[in-house]
Design a protein around this ligand. Structure first.
Ligand code: FES
Length: 164
């Protein structure tokens, strides 16, 4: 099974060529799938369905095998990152102070789930582990901006700064 992409795939010929080179370089190695997917992640910034299909076809394996690896390892992403990358810390200190509800509020406000990107490419949301600022829990960041002692009520206000 595959997750339906909500962002259309816009890979270029150059990217495809680069990926085909990586496939040619690794295809005869044992465990070729990992370095090929790492190359795909680097080239495209994520590993969409179209790329999984190409890799599966080239390696003569099922797309569900490729999908299984992409979704198992956190180094791979099924979606591109947004212009603004929202990271919500779900480490213990943040979680006990309501980070889960804050994450839900961002998801609702943007109409996407953690790990996804809005169709206009503007925002993506990720849940992260402890970012080492537990004294400020709950903590979120948007690109380089860090927001401590975050609350559900501040979600819309914070988003607004980036929506303008
Ligand atoms: S648990 Fe969130 S910063 Fe440590």
């Amino acid at each position: 099974m595959n997750v339906k992409p909500i962002v259309s795939f816009n890979g270029t010929k150059e990217q495809e060529q680069e990926l085909r080179q990586a496939i040619a370089q690794h295809r005869d190695e044992r465990g070729a799938l990992m370095p090929i997917l790492q190359a795909a992640q680097r080239i495209y910034g994520y590993v969409p369905y179209e790329v999984q299909k190409m890799v599966a076809g080239e390696l003569n394996i099922s797309i569900s095998e490729v999908y299984g690896v992409v979704t198992f390892y956190s180094q791979f992403s099924l979606y591109p990152k947004g212009e603004y990358q929202i990271n919500v810390c779900l480490g213990t200190a943040c979680y006990v102070k309501g980070a889960g509800l804050i994450l839900e509020k961002f998801e609702k406000a943007l109409g996407i789930k953690a790990g996804q990107c809005t169709p206009d490419g503007k925002f993506s949301i990720d849940a992260t582990r402890c970012v080492g600022a537990c004294g400020l829990a709950p903590v979120i960041s948007i690109n380089e901006d860090v927001y401590g002692k975050m609350t559900e009520d501040k979600v819309k206000e914070v988003l607004y700064k980036y929506q303008k």
